[in-house]
Ligand binder design. Structure first.
Ligand code: AHR
Length: 320
């Protein structure tokens, strides 16, 4: 026969579980940009996983790279009376009105991975990396790698008007400033996609004597770098040797390229932005704990000396 103590203990545990699930069982709207990159796809997968693990009902809306679709999705989440909204904003400007509507409806908004130009009282918190720092780390890697050697660099920018495209460019330029051996000779958007990265790199190669005048590529994400690597190979040059390749994200494919000697360095951006976002939301929902306005994730540099195939396997287990 069970002791009274055990029965009481089980009862307390059951009511604690019920209480915690009633506090945290929430409906959260997630307005995602689209699936332009391997990193973005992993972020979507991990957000869905994190929501499931926490018993959150996640309403997912894919904006297909359009801000107008994100604004529509946010208005629809507000009309449905969700408990909170996750927003990965495609561009930085143009969010004030819809964020004010969410605030008036008392629905906290959490930004994921990209920033907005709006006042920070219009969102609860933002989870992301220091995007300027990422560009800086990439630029500093190149400065160190070259050791004073002359180098013409081409740059593949992310989506025009997005905070990572603006900040990663600035951060890189800050790092190479004052190093007269390094010249940024061409810079164009590749929209964070593999296809556009390849296409734009092809035009850079053509314009620069078949690539002979290019010493390094800086790509704002790995997917564009992978597309560009293909273009460099098709032009008869060796990526990673004839043209150094440095990029951002640390997705599995770039480690395969590194293992093959075709890429040189990448700066990691974690795709698990949702974990810290849901933790902050849970604390806020429970007792009104205000999170910091910016929850910063790590930006680690990887090079070919970091056992790329081992990292590739580890990354593959993460949700990519
Ligand atoms: O906002 C983060 C960036 O968006 C990632 O670096 C890129 O891959 C994605 O598309």
């Amino acid at each position: 026969m069970k002791s009274t103590k055990a029965i009481v203990g089980a009862g307390v545990l059951a009511s604690m579980l019920m209480l915690s699930s009633s506090v945290f069982a929430q409906t959260v709207g997630f307005s995602q940009i689209g699936s332009e990159s391997g990193w973005r796809a992993a972020e979507t997968t991990l957000t869905q996983q994190q929501a499931k693990e926490r018993g959150i009902d996640l309403k997912f809306a894919d904006a297909q790279q359009k801000q107008e679709n994100q604004i529509k999705a946010l208005r629809s989440f507000i009309a449905q009376g969700v408990d909170a909204i996750l927003l990965a904003p495609v561009v930085a400007t143009g969010w004030d009105s819809v964020l004010e509507e969410a605030k008036e409806a008392d629905i906290p908004v959490i930004l994921l991975d990209r920033m907005v130009d709006s006042s920070d009282d219009l969102y609860l918190t933002a989870v992301g990396s220091d995007l300027v720092h990422e560009g800086n780390v990439a630029g500093q890697w190149l400065v160190d790698e070259l050791g004073g050697k002359d180098c013409n660099v081409v740059e593949l920018q992310g989506t025009t008007g997005s905070s990572p495209a603006i900040d990663r460019k600035n951060g890189f330029e800050q790092a190479i400033k004052g190093h007269d051996n390094i010249k940024l000779i061409r810079s164009q958007t590749g929209d964070f996609t593999r296809t556009k990265g390849k296409e734009v790199m092809e035009s850079f190669l053509k314009a620069e004597d078949g690539g002979k005048n290019i010493c390094a590529l800086y790509a704002h994400n790995d997917d564009m770098a992978v597309g560009a690597i293909q273009a460099i190979k098709e032009a008869g040059l060796k990526p990673g040797e004839d043209i150094l390749v440095v990029s951002i994200d640390a997705v599995p494919d770039i480690f395969q390229a590194m293992a093959a000697g075709e890429a040189n360095a990448t700066v990691e951006l974690t795709p698990n932005m949702a974990g810290p976002a849901f933790d902050a939301l849970a604390a806020y929902t429970k007792d009104g704990t205000m999170p910091p306005k910016f929850i910063q994730t790590e930006s680690k540099l990887y090079t070919k000396d970091d056992d790329p195939m081992k990292v590739y396997e580890e990354k593959k287990d993460l949700g990519y």
